[in-house]
Design a binder for this molecule. Structure first.
Ligand SMILES: C[S@@+](CC[C@H](N)C(=O)[O-])C[C@H]1O[C@@H](n2cnc3c(N)ncnc32)[C@H](O)[C@@H]1O
Length: 366
């Protein structure tokens, strides 16, 4: 898929209208979103969707006549939401646990189970806090991804709840808030590691990739990089695991990241040392902005599914954003078929290390 195709938003028909979708955005052809959009019933006037993806559930709430806010972390999904709703739904970038307390009558949320237990727990707490007493929480998820556990947790936070729909492994429940919700506990966590004799301290928010320990693939990639890197771009930079150790070896550092939780973490870890941008692949860069070295540990899961289209877009963006003679270093699980994608573009492609992961280097024609 070309970079242009990746960045193109498409009008997709949904019940009662259409929504914009694009590669890399969550929530299309996802049974949990479909079941929740179908099952939910209006309650009160003010509603918020805390995990909207492309907005299937927010669209359903809007159709029921509610004033809807959609709070999302993914830039790819935000691009779709902004295009689909205009002013009909208030779309905002934000964290699910930073909701305004006692402000809404209804919260809807597909459980963000692929982001880890702590992230889901905090999202449920954010939902409980946002609701007025008497307000309702609608949740959806899969019994194979902890639905029962999270439903019980929601009941202990809110009060009475009932399972209203099931379809295969997917479930929808509704709960009523009977009691005030607790305060949000401290959310930042941290860990230390040493790279090339330098002690590094990392902070991170729940839900980031490999929070608490350096990913073994990222560690392998770092060991393969030359000393002088010039202007460096880190695509899908997470909390800054690759960028932070390269500070002394780069003329400048730019980190692109789709997930707002990761962007906040990277900003905390890099401060003034790098430019950290909330970006769907390279969309936040200016036209013609190029780099000497590009590094990446691309994603291959979106909402728990293996999808290579985002990783393919990373490769296309790396080619487009390298200066002539520039090098792209990528690390991946050994089974991922990146070589043909790289060979279709770059003059030279080499495997520079293979252990638990493989590190590939691709050079643009000089
Ligand atoms: C495998 S993780 C690597 C993170 C970090 N570089 C590291 O080594 O720990 C891939 C990262 O790509 C980000 N990502 C996913 N889709 C993206 C997109 N469309 N644009 C930019 N970043 C994206 C994910 O949020 C995640 O942080």
């Amino acid at each position: 898929m070309s970079l242009e195709t990746y960045h193109t938003l498409r009008k997709t028909p949904v019940k009662g209208g259409f929504l914009y979708t694009k590669p890399g955005a969550r929530g299309l052809n996802n049974p949990a979103y479909e079941l929740l959009a179908e099952a939910l019933e209006p309650h009160g006037q003010e509603a918020v969707d805390l995990n909207p993806g492309i907005g299937l559930v927010a669209h359903s709430l809007h159709q029921h006549g509610l004033n809807v806010r959609a709070i999302e972390t993914s830039r790819a999904s935000l691009r779709c939401l902004e295009a689909s709703f205009g002013s009909a739904v208030r779309v905002a970038r934000g964290l699910p646990w930073e909701t305004e307390p006692d402000s809404v009558d209804l919260v809807a949320m597909v459980l963000p189970a692929s982001r880890g237990t702590r992230y889901v727990e905090l999202s449920l707490l954010g939902a409980a806090r946002a609701l007025r007493v008497g307000g309702r929480l609608w949740i959806a998820g899969s019994k194979d991804k902890g639905f029962e556990h999270y439903f019980k947790m929601a009941q202990s936070l809110l009060g009475y709840g009932v399972l209203v729909r099931r379809n295969g492994a997917f479930r929808v429940a509704v709960l009523e808030k009977e009691q005030p919700a607790p305060e949000v506990p401290p959310v930042w966590q941290s860990f230390d590691w040493e790279f090339s004799g330098e002690a590094l301290h990392f902070s991170y928010l729940p839900g980031v990739f490999s929070g608490g320990q350096l990913d073994p693939g990222s560690a392998m990639l770092l060991l393969e990089l030359p000393h002088d890197l010039g202007r460096v771009l880190d695509i899908g930079g997470g909390y800054g695991a690759l960028s932070r150790p390269l500070v002394g070896r780069a003329q400048s550092l730019t980190l692109l990241e789709d997930d707002w939780v990761s962007v906040l973490s990277a900003q905390k870890n890099l401060g003034e040392l790098a430019t950290v941008l909330h970006s769907d692949v390279d969309e936040a860069l200016t036209e013609g902005q190029t780099f000497t070295t590009i590094v990446s540990n691309p994603p291959f899961h979106v909402g728990g599914l293996v999808v290579l289209e985002t990783a393919t877009a990373f490769i296309e963006a790396a080619y487009a954003r390298l200066e002539r003679g520039g090098k792209f270093y990528l690390v991946a699980n050994r089974f991922l078929p990146y070589e043909p994608l790289l060979e279709a573009r770059f003059a030279t492609v080499r495997t520079v290390a293979v252990k638990s992961h493989k590190v590939l280097m691709a050079q643009k024609l000089g």
